[in-house]
Design a protein around this ligand. Structure first.
Ligand code: FA5
Length: 345
């Protein structure tokens, strides 16, 4: 009995030391394994009477159970400690300011296209797409501009070979859409990039974008065109901005007009942006020429139509007070961010 008490107190003091998990398992083996200090005391039973065996056996079992419970409690305590240490080392201070990160923003150019599309979709237009690298046939021939026509000089074109070119206007899409429509009514817009050998300045770029519009049906007239463009201008700019129609010439429309909007910078007084005129030209338009209708399979005595080509960057410049078209293509992140702020406001 004395020995049980002695071993028990040894075990208690061993367990109470500042031990780790590994050492605790060693202690468990030291006292409770088959050859452990407490387990081997069973051999003493042989020397005892039946009565003594009973009380010694009980004392020994109780001692083993006690040591086991001490070890289990210590194990729970050590695991808790380990978990707390882990939590402490992985602690996140949610009060710290976030790391400054730059997320990408859409190029302003696409935001303007979205805005223009929304306005025309609201008027019942469908959005079409056409190729940027196109055939002379679609960019010129089907638009009433044959090979030796002087109107080809109106747009200095970038050719890839004799027949293939970078489209100089989105009007090329008119020809594609009419070909597909096979004599049926049309009401589409087509936004896209265009290319010309123009000299770059504040309002001109060799690469720019247009939105083409085309409506063909019975009884379409110039009044419909005017109302459509006026509504577009009112929605895109303020109600106060002024619009001016100037008669013009395009081989694929008759009559033809150019449409100007009052200059955003000088409000019509004249400045270097509008070259002193007070106006900035944003689009060309007109009634689809009977030859164009005929070439694409429409009877001009039954069908008529109007078309327009809007300069997208010019619209963006007017709408958001951007003074130089070249900023759209320089990819300066400061400009893109500043522009996005203006759009969100
Ligand atoms: C045309 O391109 C005709 N296809 C428009 C048209 C369509 C007329 C349908 C009739 C019917 P124009 O060359 O004027 O027309 O260009 C139209 C618009 O594109 C201009 O008003 C202007 O806003 C823009 N634009 C033209 N050249 C440039 C350039 N170099 N840089 C930026 N914008 C330009």
């Amino acid at each position: 009995m004395e020995e049980i008490k002695k071993i028990l107190s040894e075990a208690k003091s061993d367990i109470e030391q500042d031990v780790g998990l590994e050492r605790l398992i060693e202690i468990k083996n030291l006292y409770l394994s088959k050859k452990g200090k407490l387990s081997v005391l069973i051999n003493k039973m042989r020397e005892l009477s039946i009565e003594e065996k009973k009380s010694f056996g009980k004392e020994l079992n109780d001692a083993k159970a006690y040591v086991e419970s001490l070890i289990n409690n210590k194990m729970v305590e050590l695991e808790k400690k380990k978990l707390n240490q882990k939590l402490e080392s992985e602690k996140i201070d949610i009060t710290l300011p976030p790391i400054d990160s730059h997320s990408g923003v859409a190029n302003p150019f696409y935001k303007i296209i979205d805005e223009i599309e929304d306005i025309f979709i609201g008027m019942g237009y469908k959005v079409e797409k056409g190729p940027e690298v196109d055939k002379d046939h679609y960019v010129f021939e089907l638009l009433n501009i044959p090979k030796d026509h002087p109107a080809r000089d109106m747009q200095d074109t970038l050719y890839i070979d004799n027949e293939t070119l970078l489209r100089s206007h989105t009007s090329a899409v008119q020809a594609h859409v009419m070909e597909k429509a096979k004599g049926q009514p049309i009401k589409i817009i087509c936004p896209g990039k265009t290319y010309r050998r123009d000299d770059d300045d504040m309002t001109h770029s060799h690469q720019f974008a247009q939105v083409e519009g085309l409506v063909i049906d019975k009884n379409i007239n110039m009044g419909n065109l005017k109302a459509t463009l006026e509504l577009f201008a009112k929605k895109m700019f303020s109600k106060d901005s002024k619009i001016r129609f100037r008669s013009s010439y395009f081989p694929f429309t008759e009559p033809s007009v150019e449409v100007d909007v009052s200059c955003f910078s000088c409000h019509g007084k004249g400045c270097n942006i509008c070259k002193g005129s007070g106006w900035i030209e944003i689009l060309g338009a007109g009634m689809v020429h009977p030859n164009v209708l005929k070439m694409s399979g429409y009877d001009p005595d039954v069908y008529s139509g109007f078309a327009f080509g809007i300069g997208i960057e010019r619209v963006a410049m007017l709408r958001y007070g951007i003074d130089d078209i070249r900023k759209f293509y320089q990819n300066d992140i400061r400009f893109i961010e500043e522009f996005n702020k203006k759009v969100e406001d």
